[in-house]
Write a protein that binds this ligand. Structure first.
Ligand code: DGT
Ligand code: CA
Ligand code: CA
Ligand code: ZN
Length: 582
């Protein structure tokens, strides 16, 4: 997503939230939310669109267009800042509590006199919110859990926020004079689902370092400079970029490989590599692999490859550097040939305006055709998802016809499959009868409700879904939301065994809020011979861009393209889908 669009989407969403908290005009909230959604999905950067063309875009009215224009001209929206200034900062922070929402925040603030998360915790504790409308005992207990979960999540951020920020900064720095190499390192390079801070590394000569640092701390996305030194500086990014800490280190290009290896981590991986180096008569630090007895004798410094090679190891992909047995595999040259983004040729879990998506069947399919995919499955929600406009049995029948019609029209361009994301109800039954599921090419069965069910019940529920003969895969099996919701904790081993037995797939939902299966679960699935699916669950045009997060998660699990059904050829996929129907 272009960063102007992303920033504006955040601004409009925040304005919509604050407007609700302050009891502002309802239509204004709707217009702002719509603006935020449209911008999120807008493929072109708004800066490249003529003002009069902007007004032609569905969902962008005069008010929104004026604010976009103001932002492009001044870098901010004045009304946005005024709105934020009018509400106590602690009240705004309460908007981040999962499951509360702007209306709840307004209620707590106006009628409960709560002005911060700490106050809220205190008042729940001493029962002084008793009798507050809409906040019964159960609701308050849930709230308490959400706050505790959010606190445990601490200062980490989703990879989906960290990666775009890192790329935006690199985009500016890479062209500065003297910059010979530049990479993001740390947990971001390892593709972890959450990031503590971003570690950037630049290879440049000492004489160029000061100027590079000056540009870095002066970037427009900088809110606060935490440190400004000759070879290391740290900043905290603005609200629009989620206040993420970014460290930048400049090293001499001669030491770049050793430094990149060191700052990529993980710490645990580094420890194992260093032990190996010592046992072979070397020392290893962020400058060099050197002779143990004479440290001035640097053996390798320039590239990671060379250092690993000297240590008798094949190059280990960053995603595998977690001390999960990768050294033993590298020693035998037995590392998996990890899946890459370009291997993905199908998306098997997508939505359209038939349920809660923001594009038509044809718009969806054409977008995937343009990406070079050979297949897309249309999998709208089932009737249990009332808030998502899920399809009842009758509507599904008509929807299948509509999908078949588009499929026919686009024959030769892309294969469009008729599917459903059918709800796995709390008791393990599916939201459509088998006769209806039999009409579909792809059945993604997913849990959406009752996500705090105890583990045994959750296992039973998911096992029942796996046993259904029409199910192609389980979608986002735990229903967790990264840093927001714990989700189900089923016996993953039992699910993997059952899925392997049925020959069906388990999904890695690539959306950065989900990443479900998570890396360790996906690894377990592979150990049991279960095929993985990597789907984006796209609801609109910007969502297919979530794919990298799913692929990184699969790489962390050690997946090759042969493990992932989305990498099959069109014919291979067709055959595999058939095989799931016994
Ligand atoms: P994060 O930021 O919490 O998501 O995780 P990382 O892995 O990015 O950790 P961070 O930012 O503290 O440090 C970046 C890398 O630098 C880390 O992965 C390994 C390396 N590193 C940092 N401190 C140490 C240390 O004390 N010992 C070793 N061996 N490596 C370290
Ligand atoms: Ca880090
Ligand atoms: Ca760091
Ligand atoms: Zn979905």
């Amino acid at each position: 997503m272009a960063s102007n669009n992303a920033q504006l989407a955040v601004i409009f969403q925040q304005m919509a939230d604050v407007n609700q908290v302050t009891g502002g005009n309802r239509f204004k909230t709707i217009a702002l939310e719509k603006g935020a959604r449209v911008l999120k999905d807008f493929v072109k950067d708004v800066a490249d669109v003529e003002p009069q063309d902007l007004l032609q875009v569905e969902g962008i009215g005069k008010g929104i267009a004026q604010k976009i224009e103001e932002f492009l001209r001044t870098g901010r929206v004045l009304e946005h800042q005024e709105m934020i200034d009018a509400v106590p900062a602690g009240v705004l922070k309460m908007l981040d509590i999962p499951g509360l929402g702007p209306k709840g925040v307004a209620q707590l603030w106006n009628d409960g006199g709560v002005e911060s998360i700490d106050e809220l915790k205190q008042k729940i504790e001493d029962c002084s919110l008793e009798g507050l409308k809409g906040f019964g005992k159960k609701k308050l207990e849930k709230l308490q859990q959400s706050i505790a979960f959010a606190e445990k999540a601490g200062e980490r951020t989703n990879i989906g926020f960290a990666l775009p920020l890192a790329l935006a900064i690199i985009d500016v720095l890479k062209d500065l004079p003297g910059v010979q190499q530049i990479d993001y390192a740390g947990s971001l390079r390892r593709g972890k689902e959450t990031i503590g801070d971003i570690d950037l590394l630049v290879g440049a000569k000492e004489k160029d370092a000061a100027r590079i640092m000056d540009v870095f701390v002066g970037l427009e996305m900088v809110e606060e400079v935490l440190g400004h030194g000759a070879t290391k500086s740290s900043i905290r990014s603005t609200d629009d970029f989620r206040n993420i800490q970014v460290d930048l280190r400049v090293v001499d290009p001669k030491h770049y490989g050793a430094a990149l290896m060191y700052f990529t981590g993980s710490k645990e991986h580094n420890v194992k590599v260093r032990e190996r180096a010592l046992s072979m008569g070397y020392t290893l630090n962020e400058y060099a692999l050197a002779d143990k007895d004479d440290k001035t004798k640097q053996v390798e410094t320039k590239t990671e490859q060379a250092i690993y090679r000297k240590l008798g190891l094949a190059h280990i992909a960053p995603e595998l550097r977690e001390d999960r047995g990768e050294l033993a595999l590298a020693e035998k040259d037995d590392l998996p040939d990890l899946i890459e983004l370009k291997d993905i040729k199908a998306d098997l879990h997508t939505h359209t305006t038939a349920s809660d998506g923001r594009w038509s069947i044809e718009e969806n399919a054409l977008a995937y055709a343009a990406r070079g995919y050979h297949t897309v499955a249309i999998t709208d929600h089932s009737k249990g998802q009332v808030q998502a406009n899920g399809l009842d049995d009758k509507r599904l029948v008509r929807h299948i016809e509509a999908v078949r019609k588009v499929a026919k029209k686009l024959e030769g361009k892309i294969t469009v499959l008729a599917g459903s994301e059918v709800d796995i109800l709390a008791d393990g039954s599916l939201d459509y009868p088998d006769e209806l599921l039999a009409e579909l090419d792809v059945v993604v069965a997913s849990p959406h409700a009752a996500l705090s069910q105890e583990s045994k019940k959750a296992t039973r529920r998911l096992l029942d879904a796996i046993a259904n003969p029409y199910v192609t895969m389980i979608g986002h099996p735990t229903g967790r939301l990264v840093l927001r919701r714990e989700g189900l904790s089923p016996d993953m081993e039992a699910l993997c065994k059952a899925a392997a037995g049925r020959g069906i797939a388990l999904e890695i939902n690539a959306n950065h809020w989900r990443l479900d299966l998570r890396d360790t679960h996906a690894r377990l699935a592979l150990e049991h011979g279960v095929r993985l699916a990597i789907n984006t669950d796209a609801h609109g045009p910007a969502d297919p861009d979530q794919l990298p997060y799913g692929v990184l998660t699969a790489r962390r699990a050690g997946a090759t393209k042969n493990d992932v059904i989305n990498c099959m050829t069109a014919a291979g996929l067709k055959k595999w889908l058939k095989s799931t129907r016994g």
